[in-house]
Design a protein around this ligand. Structure first.
Ligand code: GDP
Length: 438
């Protein structure tokens, strides 16, 4: 489809989003590129201390605006308590739920190394949908376990989801160490138990850290009471994680649209991985036809010779005939297929019956198809297999499936190139499932 390019539409963030071609917020992209921000998920069973930890992180890193801090201190004093850290988190959530545009400064905390953005916990309704659709992307997770309770149902469910969405960097925080007198033996017992459970779910924690979120032990400051712990504090663990980096991978440039500007054909999209260079020879997937980059165009910038992953750009190329949904690559390492094996999360209230038509959407590709095999379906709460070789998927279940498509697509595995390994399934124009290619 060709239409003329409206420069006015790209002068503000809303314009980018509305236009679709420049959907990423520039600041966030720039931050990720320079490892200036890492998006983290805080997981764990209810009451194991997630809100308290978040409050603590905000407080100890001085990331709360003074007026907010004052308000919280007053509210806590009124109740005759020390600062109630969970209140900080609840307050932020309330604002988010009411749709109040909170200043971005309130939703992240910073260390000297970078800033951290906390994204919804896996327990939230929208979480999986956001993760799978790419609305948010977690680079790391903190998993809280209350030492007096051990691993509980939601701990398992959250771990399963972390595995499913491919979060590789996980720190387990054994919380409420104050309740067991900071006992090293109690910690090692639970550490062993957690290790074996996580192993079954395919997660290897980078660290297991004893903490007391409420007292701030081992959160921002090394704890004297837990001096037997030789590993890092929570903040040290976070700072040791790496931000998602896809520059070193092969180039993937999904074509979003083609615009006519001053008689030139401009191919727009976002570099999802690798680096796109002026003069570079490329392949167009899924056809594998060749082309070459003539120019790279970016809003308000001249003379660009390369665009790293995350950049939203326009390019001109040799030849004609590119269309939305084509994927430009530097080497044909993607899988080109009409059959995709994936884990999907069924999000709607109705069952799926094998064979019902669906639309498969991956990056900018959109192809009709249907699930032709359900290898197994899981109950994500218990992580138990409900049925092997099934013919239906029930609401809120996860299933390993084979999707047959009417045309070939180019895909990668999610753990390799997330943007090319996740997809959404739609039925009659509505998203019904999210999935990850395995
Ligand atoms: P969430 O449901 O996971 O967000 O848990 P909360 O942060 O709301 O905490 C649940 C309860 O545990 C609250 O009463 C907290 O005050 C308490 N709590 C949280 N962290 C600690 C801790 O380190 N030690 C103790 N003793 N209590 C804690």
């Amino acid at each position: 489809m060709r239409r003329s390019f409206d420069y006015a539409a790209v002068t503000n963030d809303e314009g980018y989003a509305a236009d679709g071609a420049f959907s990423a917020a520039w600041q966030e992209v720039a931050d990720r590129m320079e490892e200036r921000s890492l998006h983290i998920v805080i997981a764990g069973h209810v009451d194991h201390g997630k809100s308290t930890l978040v409050g603590r992180l905000f407080y100890d890193t001085g990331s709360l605006p003074p007026e907010k801090l004052e308000e919280i201190k007053k509210a806590s004093e009124l109740q005759g308590k020390d600062v109630e850290f969970a209140y900080i988190m609840d307050n932020l959530e309330e604002e988010r739920e009411r749709g109040i545009t909170i200043d971005i400064a309130h939703t992240f905390f910073s260390t000297e190394k970078r800033r951290y953005v906390i994204i919804d916990a896996p327990g939230h309704k929208e979480f999986l949908k956001n993760m799978i659709s790419g609305a948010s992307q977690a680079g790391a997770a903190l998993l809280l376990v209350d030492i007096s309770q051990g691993i509980r149902e939601q701990t398992l469910r959250h771990c399963y989801i972390l595995g499913l969405i491919g979060v590789r960097q996980v720190a387990v925080l054994v919380n409420k160490m104050d309740l067991v007198g900071y006992s090293e033996d109690a910690f090692h017992d639970i550490e062993k138990e957690i290790g074996s459970v996580l192993k079954r779910l395919g997660i290897t924690p980078a660290y297991v850290i004893p903490i007391s979120a409420i007292k701030g032990e081992n959160v921002a400051k090394k704890s004297e009471k837990l001096s037997w712990h030789t590993g890092p504090t929570v903040l040290e663990a976070l700072d040791s994680f790496t931000a998602l980096k896809v520059e070193d991978k092969g180039l993937r440039f999904p074509v979003q649209d083609i615009y006519d500007i001053d008689g030139k054909s401009i191919v727009v999209g976002r570099v999802e991985s690798g680096v796109l260079r002026k003069g570079q020879s490329l392949f167009i997937l899924p056809s594998k036809a060749g082309t070459r980059v003539l120019e790279i165009l970016k809003y308000l910038e001249d003379g660009i010779t390369e665009a790293p992953s995350g950049d939203c750009i326009g390019i001109t190329v040799e030849g004609d005939g590119l269309k939305r949904g084509d994927i430009l690559v530097d080497a044909v390492t993607s899988t080109i297929t009409d059959s995709v094996r994936a884990n999907i999360f069924w999000m709607v209230d109705r069952d799926y019956k094998i064979g019902v038509p669906l639309t498969f959407k991956c990056a900018t590709q959109e192809v009709n198809g249907r699930i032709e095999k359900i290898y197994r379906r899981f109950d994500p709460a218990s992580v138990e297999i409900v049925e092997n070789d099934a013919s239906i998927i029930k609401p809120a279940e996860v299933a390993e499936v084979e999707i047959r498509l009417e045309k070939t697509v180019a895909v990668d595995s999610f753990s390799d190139i997330p943007e090319m390994g996740r997809f959404v399934l739609e039925h009659a124009g509505y998203p019904v499932a999210g999935g990850i290619i395995i």
